[in-house]
Design a protein around this ligand. Structure first.
Ligand code: ATP
Ligand code: MG
Length: 474
């Protein structure tokens, strides 16, 4: 019987009802080629090339060794050349590679073994090229050389080692292989010997090294992340500072305009006084009337300037303090009233008569109210008959500021976005989109809440926090 006459299907038993495929008594598997490629890729990615080559070589060795043992049991072939030729036959049938034997010589008494040939269509080289999309510097068919080594070792009872001298993975047309007993290699196959002989201990040592290298990388990564986070934090702080400056700049523009008005009023009164004095028509009564007007105008201007001074102060050292709501309102309204007056937008403030003491960061809380009032102004000032109202109310333990404008309210979808940092619908240079997100974090640092009242008919932002120092201190 010639080797070509063997029909492996005779020994293959497909047992789908048991979910099994048997070769003799041994269970076989039909696997997809690309899953082997994926497995190889994952091994390579996680363990590195050397360990992957080792694993593939030893995996191949066991396949070859086992296949020989089974075939030998089934076929009972005496002729050695025929026996050895069943190895390539197995490889061909298994769809792993097409094997062509070229030369074979052995002296098993003298422990000598030699065999060489070609491989066509190696599944392993195909997978390699698919994964890497470039040629390798070294041969890549490690499960195949492992198989050949295993097969020939099982057949010869010698330690045989197969190598590739040419490989499709390196860009050659086909692969060329040679198998010899280990001594005959005279050190020329050390690479393949190492893959075959790497013990579990060696592998775990290499693995440990790979893991410790990974850990080291990880530590560096953490350090890098920490450095990056610190950088981002400092940039964020700069951004917040510049946002604050931007808001102050905007306010200052409005205020400069507003201060000009009272100055004009004062200069008007003084010129009337001068003219009346020149014509000797100035009575004490008239003089007092003009001086009263000058005084009240100066007072109003003072409020604007004080508000600006208070709200633009560096607050980093401030901390939580007790103060009156009226002081807070003075800071905020001193600035905004002027703006609302110029824009002819009505601003009403409804508050309880009693004096309310709150505990918190005065400047920061002022910035929150200022932003809410400015936002309301920006939304409705261009619309006729619009208005803005601030309602302050108090319960036993908490205080609520509602900033309501004549807008028709915000839905939940819009509300979700507007608290995001940098979300703005204002033109470039006008809004940073940080107002609400900063305000929210300020109120949360007072253990309070900043939210939109969706039940309100008009747009209504609510700031709520505790009056109790212990619970508002964060
Ligand atoms: N009262 C409101 N009515 C309708 N939309 C509003 C109102 N308040 C805020 N918004 C929307 O929320 C967006 C974000 O507001 P936020 O205060 O965070 O930033 P901004 O006002 O755009 O810029 P900045 O406050 O930095 O000057 C606004 O651009 C606007 O689209
Ligand atoms: Mg704003």
């Amino acid at each position: 019987m010639k080797i070509e006459d063997f029909d492996l299907t005779e020994w293959l038993k497909f047992l789908p009802e048991e979910g099994k495929l048997l070769f003799g008594e041994d269970r076989m598997l039909l696997l997809r080629q690309d899953t082997m490629g994926r497995l190889w890729f994952l091994l390579n990615q996680h363990l590195g090339q050397e360990l992957t080559n080792t694993i593939m070589t030893q995996f191949g060795f066991r396949c070859g060794y086992g296949d020989f043992k089974v075939l030998n049991q089934i076929l009972h072939i005496d002729d050695n050349e025929m026996k050895i030729a069943t190895g390539p036959m197995m490889h061909n049938w298994e769809g792993i590679v097409h094997v062509q034997m070229e030369d074979i010589s052995m002296d098993l008494i003298d422990n000598k073994f030699f065999c060489k040939g070609k491989w066509f269509n190696s599944y392993e080289a195909e997978n390699y090229l698919k994964n890497f999309k470039k040629f390798s510097e070294h041969p890549v068919c490690h499960s195949l050389t492992g198989y050949a080594s295993g097969w020939c070792s099982a057949f010869s009872d010698l330690e045989t080692v197969a190598i590739e001298t040419q490989c499709i993975g390196m860009g050659h047309d086909h692969c060329c292989w040679e198998i010899r007993d280990i001594a005959s290699w005279e050190g020329k196959a050390d690479r393949w010997v190492a893959y075959l002989k790497n013990s579990t201990e060696n592998i775990s040592k290499k693995l440990e090294n790979a893991v410790s290298e990974l850990n080291h990388l990880n530590e560096n990564l953490e350090e890098k992340i920490q450095r990056r986070t610190a950088k981002i934090k400092s940039q964020q702080q700069k951004l917040l500072a510049s946002a604050k400056l931007g808001a102050i700049g905007e306010m200052a523009g409005g205020i400069a305009h507003e201060i000009k008005n009272p100055l004009a009023v004062i200069s008007g009164h003084s010129s009337v006084i001068r003219k009346k004095l020149q014509k000797s028509k100035l009575t004490d009564e008239v003089l007092l009337e003009h001086l009263d007007k000058i005084d009240s105008t100066v007072e109003m201007t003072n409020k604007i300037v004080n508000g600006l001074k208070n709200l633009s102060r560096d607050t980093s050292m401030d901390g939580f303090k007790e103060f009156e709501v009226d002081q807070l309102l003075e800071d905020v309204l001193g600035i905004t009233k002027a703006k609302f007056k110029t824009g002819r937008l009505s601003l009403e403030v409804l508050k309880p008569d009693e004096k309310i003491k709150v505990f918190g960061e005065r400047v920061q809380l002022g910035q929150v109210l200022l932003n809410l009032l400015n936002n309301a102004y920006d939304e409705v000032s261009a619309i006729e008959n619009s208005w803005v109202r601030m309602e302050i109310s108090k319960t036993k333990d908490s205080i609520t500021f509602k900033v309501i404008d004549s807008g028709s309210g915000l839905n939940e979808e819009a509300a979700e976005k507007i608290f995001d940092p940098f979300f703005t619908t204002k033109e470039v240079g006008k809004g940073t989109g940080l107002g609400l997100s900063i305000s929210k974090s300020i109120i949360e640092s007072h253990n309070g809440r900043l939210y939109i009242d969706f039940d309100s008919k008009n747009t209504c932002f609510v700031v709520e926090f505790s009056l109790n120092p212990e619970s508002s201190k964060s």
